[in-house]
Design a protein around this ligand. Structure first.
Ligand code: CA2
Length: 148
């Protein structure tokens, strides 16, 4: 099983600023933990981060060539991007949306997600654990042939 892990804008800053919101784990910490969790399950992951919406769209489209699913933290594009929504629909791969912070307990403009309606599930507010639970949910979903 192969999974694309996609990090959106500013997530390269994790652990560097705003630790009270996003915790102290760096993006490298997140990626290392995901690599270990994926290896435990015999899953191959490819990790990408971009600050550019079009690059994220390209990554989602290219995933159709090789991936079985997408684990995505779309960052602020969660709340703005019809393009990312459309890309997810276009490829038809299972998508799990994750967030470090609890977007529903923050500013009103973070409450809406354009990705959630096209995602298997959304996991937020658990920091690094959001990613790990998201990976588990995605792997189980794919392993169950798209059920659950
Ligand atoms: O909680 C999340 O994972 C978010 O996707 C993070 C995005 C935010 O726009 C979403 O509403 C929720 C922002 C990522 C910015 O990350 C930073 C990390 C450290 C310092 C500054 C920004």
């Amino acid at each position: 099983m192969k999974i694309l892990v996609l990090h959106g804008p500013n997530l390269n800053m994790l652990g560097v600023r705003e630790p009270e919101v996003y915790g102290r784990d760096t993006l490298e910490d997140v990626n290392r933990s995901l690599e270990a969790a994926a290896a435990d399950r015999g899953v191959e992951i490819r990790v990408r981060q971009s600050n550019h919406e079009g690059v994220l769209v390209d990554e989602i489209q290219q995933a159709l060539e090789w991936a079985d699913g997408i684990l995505i933290n779309p960052g602020a594009y969660t709340h703005t991007s019809i393009a990312l929504h459309d890309a997810c629909v276009a490829v038809g791969l299972p998508v799990v949306e994750v967030h470090m912070s609890d977007i529903h307990a923050r500013e009103e403009f973070r409450h809406h997600s354009y990705i959630a309606p096209v995602a298997v599930t959304q996991i937020c507010g658990l920091g690094l654990k959001s990613y790990l639970l998201g990976l588990e949910a995605l792997v189980d979903h794919i392993g169950n042939g798209g059920e659950g």
